[in-house]
Design a protein around this ligand. Structure first.
Ligand code: XMP
Length: 509
């Protein structure tokens, strides 16, 4: 029998990726699909269960997204979470109404004896986040959990294997939430839970071999975690039929392209053609100060250079390191565009290839890293901090010049070196220096100086959607500041950015 699969149907809730994560952690491959996906896509393979997520819609308002009816005839258990539960109740003739007392946050809940709650205490705390609630149970359903203001905090129709949670088991504030999802997977869907990273690596390698056949594959290689893991998989699958192109736009960190070449070409033997195009990019960026304009110029130029090189190679397929959040953002995500992210992996699909190969499109970042470790890629490469496609261009405010680039590269190298020495490099999501294009007065060697300012940005986060300021120890900050001012010509002052996201973003542009 093929790999077990649970499908999570996305109604637009904020925590949907976490549901998929919890289920994968339980050892079952799990995919998040838009709620209105074609039924053939939902039921493909060895489908063992379906989860309907929460979402912003309300049955009290018009145009609430409805649950596709056919999923209840597939013979697999269905679990609705929050809005997903309400959608299920509505479909089966129950009633959903606006709650007189909506519940948000930690909520005490009482559980009845049920396979979904096996091995859990009867009284526990869950995370609620709802305005509406199920007031009349559909026929065949019983309530299996209640809170002070929500008599139907969970329901079950054990004969048909349909279930609902009004609360969010996927968030960590629901103390036993993870176990509840695992109980669904094990006790209700009867999954064997034998899905692991090494199986995944084999599956992905075979998938690439099947898709590409005896053809060749071109990679737009950035050295970032996603493109590296995808490339190593492709190399294992196809050997020297993989050809990588690394476009060095000159906006990378200090020594970055050389380090990438040393490891991937030198150690792994993956042939990489490095195109040094710094002059070309800087010429195009001359005089440009608007952040969006910079991104567009870099994105367009990047594609031009890549196209020119790819044409010389005549590859059949194009490999991309697309990961799950990218798919969600461009698919069913509802988020507003804050910045038009230029991703070096985001190459156009119409540049003369037979098709795209995207082995990581079902994985989250930490799963990609786990896979990278499984493939034997060294820690420091697997755990590289995320780096924006336009590189240091979005860390230099105003026009980009060679001199400013040097100041950012050198100061950033010092920061990285000291953070790593302090053993903090794995616990901080991103840490880098920015160049605000401001000069300030100082005193150096008894005379007046008028030199540039450098900002340090260091943040902790789980997914880059929200971040907190990383609390770097003062002695470390002082050491870094001292080194930057002494070692980087042109810098006379260092400041520490203490803005969270929101309202700030991680990058300054
Ligand atoms: P912001 O600055 O929006 O960044 O909080 C969130 C994450 O995305 C990275 N970032 C980019 N990545 N192209 C990219 O590929 C871009 O244009 C871009 N802008 C920001 C940023 O480093 C952070 O990890």
């Amino acid at each position: 029998m093929s790999r077990e699969r649970i499908v999570v149907l996305d109604f637009g809730g904020q925590y949907n990726q976490l549901i998929a994560r919890c289920i994968r952690e339980a050892g079952v491959f799990c995919e998040l699909l838009p709620y209105d996906s074609p039924i053939e896509k939902i039921q493909a393979g060895n489908l063992k269960g379906i989860v309907l997520t929460g979402g912003p819609d309300s049955f009290a308002a018009q145009n609430a997204r409805v649950c596709p009816k056919e999923i209840f005839s597939l013979g697999v258990p269905v679990l609705g979470i929050c809005y997903g539960m309400q959608a299920m109740a509505q479909l089966f003739g129950g009633q959903v109404e606006k709650a007189s007392l909506p519940e948000f946050g930690h909520t005490d809940i009482h559980l009845v004896d049920h396979a979904l709650f096996a091995d859990l205490p009867q009284d526990t705390i869950v995370w609620m986040n709802h305005n509406d609630l199920v007031t009349v149970l559909p026929q065949g359903f019983i309530s299996i959990a209640s809170s002070a203001n929500c008599p139907v905090a969970a329901f079950a129709d054990d004969a048909r294997h349909f279930y609902g949670f009004q609360f969010h088991p996927e968030v960590k504030h629901s103390i036993y939430g993870k176990q509840m999802l695992q109980n669904f997977v094990k006790n209700i869907c009867h999954c064997a839970c034998d899905w692991q990273m090494d199986h995944l690596a084999q599956e992905l390698i075979q998938g690439i071999q099947k898709q590409v056949g005896d053809g060749t594959l071109v990679v737009g290689f950035s050295g970032g975690v996603d493109s590296s893991v995808a490339t190593v998989l492709a190399h294992r699958a196809l050997g020297d039929r993989v050809q990588c192109i690394l476009v060095d736009h000159g906006l990378m960190r200090k020594n970055e392209s050389q380090e990438i070449l040393d490891y991937y070409e030198g150690e792994l033997g993956i042939p990489i053609q490095c195109v040094y195009a710094k002059d070309r990019f800087l010429a195009k960026l001359k005089g440009i100060t608007d952040p969006e304009q910079k991104r567009k110029v870099i994105g367009t130029e990047f594609i031009r250079v890549f196209e020119e090189e790819a044409k010389k190679i005549h590859g059949d397929y194009l490999l991309q390191g697309t990961i799950y959040p990218d798919v969600i953002e461009s698919g069913s995500g509802q988020a507003a565009v804050i910045k038009s992210h230029h991703n070096v992996g985001g190459l156009p699909k119409d540049i003369g290839f037979k098709g795209l190969v995207e082995p990581l499109r079902m994985l989250f970042k930490d799963e990609v890293r786990a896979l990278g470790e499984e493939l034997g890629i060294p820690h420091h490469l697997v755990w590289r901090q995320p780096f924006p496609g336009p590189g240091l261009a979005v860390r230099i405010l105003g026009e980009i010049t060679e001199e400013k680039l040097m100041m950012v590269q050198e100061s950033d190298a010092i920061l990285r070196e000291e953070v790593a020495k302090a053993g903090l490099d794995r616990s901080i999501w991103q840490y880098f220096t920015v160049f605000p294009d401001v000069r300030t007065v100082g005193v150096k060697g008894d005379s007046r100086s008028y030199e540039y300012l450098i900002g340090i940005r260091a943040v902790v986060s789980e997914d880059a959607m929200t971040v907190d300021v990383a609390e770097l120890p003062y002695p470390l900050l002082k050491l870094i500041s001292n080194r930057i001012i002494n070692e980087v010509p042109g810098i006379g002052r260092v400041v520490y950015d203490i803005t969270s996201k929101p309202p700030g973003t991680i990058e300054w542009e």
